[in-house]
Design a protein around this ligand. Structure first.
Ligand SMILES: NC(=O)c1ccc[n+]([C@@H]2O[C@H](COP(=O)([O-])OP(=O)(O)OC[C@H]3O[C@@H](n4cnc5c(N)ncnc54)[C@H](OP(=O)(O)O)[C@@H]3O)[C@@H](O)[C@H]2O)c1
Length: 341
C-alpha cells in the first residue's frame, strides 16, 4: 500500500516537496484491532499546525518520516473488535495512507472511529458538511455568532469547507450573506450556492467592492483568515457586531511575531469604538445537535454539500500545499483513495 510521510518541516506555507510517498506492506490487525481501507482523505488546513520544526501554536509536532496525520473516511476491511463489522463505514483520524490499523479501545480524546450512516448522504460528507467542517460552521454561525433573521453576515475563506456551509446556514436562518474568496471562479461558486453577494479579495478594488456589497455594514463577521481581508472588513462592522473567530489561515505559516507593520492599534480602536464581541470557538462544540440540524437541512434541500474530489493518494501533497497558495475548488477538498467494496 501507499502512504504519505512528512519529509521536511514546513517553512512558511507547506510545499509538495515537504512530503514523500512510500510503498509498505498492508498491516495486519491484532487482538481488538480493526483494519481500515481508506476511501477519502480530508485536505484540512489545521494540519499545518503540526508541521513546524519548533511548534508555534501548542499543537503536537509531527516527527519526520512518520505518516501524515489527518481525518479520513474508511471502510472496515477486517475486524477483531466486537463493535465493528467488515463493510462498516467510519470516520476517524487514520492519516494519509491507503490502509490503517486502529485499536478502538485505545483511541485519544476524539474517541473511537465514528460510524457513518451511508443512507443520509454520500460517505465523503462525513469529512465536510456532516463532519468537522459542518459542526464548525454551525457552532460559529448559530452559537458563537448568534446570527438572526434579517441580519447580515460576512464570511472570509467563504468558498472553503467551513465557509461554504456557514453561508448556507446563514440563509436557512433568514440572514443576508456576503462571501469573500479568491478568484472569479470561487465568486461564481458562492453565488451558485445561494450567497447574496460574493467578493474577490484578490481584485485591486476589493475594499470598494466589499463596501458596495455591505451598504449597511455587517452584524456578524465569520473570521477564517486574518490579514488584509480582516483589515478591510473591520470598518464595515456595525456597532455591537459579533466576530466568531474560526481560524486565521493567513498567519499559519508566519509564527507568533508575524510580519510588520503591526495593525493592532487600529484593530483595537474598532473593538473599543464599536463594542465588538470577538470570540474564538471549537467546531466540535456543535456536537450531535449541529450534525442533526445540518442533515435535516440537506434532506429538505436547504443546504448543498459542495465537494471537490482529487483522485489518488499521490495527489495528496500537491492538494494540501494548494490550500495555502490558491486553488479554484469550492467546498470541501478531498483526496479519493478508493471505492467502497
Ligand atoms: N475553530 C475550529 O474548530 C476550526 C475547525 C476547522 C477549520 N477551522 C479553520 O477554519 C478556516 C477554514 O477552514 P476550511 O476547512 O474551510 O478550509 P479550506 O476548505 O481548506 O479552505 C481554506 C481556504 O482559505 C483561503 N486562504 C488560504 N490562505 C489565505 C490567505 N493568506 N488569505 C486569504 N485566504 C486564504 C483559500 O481560499 P481562497 O482561494 O478563497 O483564498 C483556501 O482555499 C481555517 O482557518 C481553519 O483553520 C477552524
Amino acid at each position: 500500500m501507499k502512504q504519505v510521510v512528512l519529509a521536511a518541516y514546513a517553512r512558511g506555507n507547506p510545499k509538495a516537496s515537504d512530503f514523500r510517498i512510500e510503498n509498505v506492506a498492508v498491516p495486519v490487525p491484532g487482538d481488538r484491532e480493526i483494519l481500515l481501507r481508506v476511501l477519502y482523505i480530508a485536505v484540512d488546513p489545521l494540519i499545518r499546525f503540526s508541521l513546524d520544526e519548533t511548534t508555534l501554536t501548542g499543537a503536537t509536532r509531527m516527527a519526520l518520516n512518520t505518516v501524515m496525520v489527518g481525518p479520513t473516511v474508511a471502510q472496515v476491511a477486517a475486524s477483531n473488535h466486537p463493535d465493528y463489522t467488515a463493510g462498516d463505514f467510519v470516520e476517524g483520524r487514520t492519516g494519509w495512507s491507503e490502509y490503517a490499523i486502529v485499536a478502538p479501545d485505545k483511541s485519544d480524546y476524539r474517541g473511537p472511529p465514528r460510524k457513518i450512516d451511508a443512507s443520509l448522504a454520500p460517505v465523503s460528507t462525513a469529512l465536510g458538511a456532516l463532519g468537522g467542517p459542518g459542526q464548525t460552521a454551525y457552532e460559529g454561525v448559530v452559537n458563537t455568532g448568534r446570527l438572526k433573521a434579517g441580519e447580515t453576515m460576512v464570511i472570509s475563506a467563504a468558498a472553503g469547507a467551513v465557509g461554504s456551509i456557514a453561508g448556507q446556514i446563514g440563509k436557512v436562518l433568514g440572514a443576508r450573506v456576503v462571501g469573500i474568496a479568491g478568484g472569479a471562479e470561487k465568486v461564481r461558486g458562492l453565488l451558485d450556492l445561494g450567497f447574496d453577494a460574493a467578493v474577490d479579495y484578490k481584485a485591486p478594488d476589493f475594499a470598494e467592492q466589499l463596501k458596495a456589497a455591505l451598504p449597511e455594514g455587517a452584524d456578524v463577521y465569520f473570521e477564517n483568515v486574518g490579514g488584509a481581508v480582516t483589515l478591510a472588513v473591520m470598518p464595515l462592522l456595525k456597532r455591537g457586531a459579533r466576530m466568531p473567530v474560526c481560524g486565521y489561515i493567513a498567519y499559519y505559516g508566519v509564527g507568533m511575531e508575524g510580519p510588520g507593520p503591526d495593525h493592532l492599534p487600529g484593530f483595537y480602536r474598532h473593538i473599543m469604538n464599536k463594542g465588538l464581541e470577538i470570540k474564538s470557538f471549537a467546531g466540535m462544540l456543535a456536537g450531535q445537535k449541529g450534525l442533526q440540524d445540518i442533515a435535516a437541512w440537506i434532506k429538505e434541500g436547504k443546504i448543498r454539500f459542495a465537494e471537490s474530489i482529487v483522485e489518488g493518494i499521490d495527489a495528496a501533497p500537491e492538494a494540501f500545499a494548494s490550500v495555502f497558495s490558491g486553488h479554484a475548488h469550492v467546498g470541501k477538498l478531498l483526496i479519493k483513495v478508493g471505492d467502497p467494496a
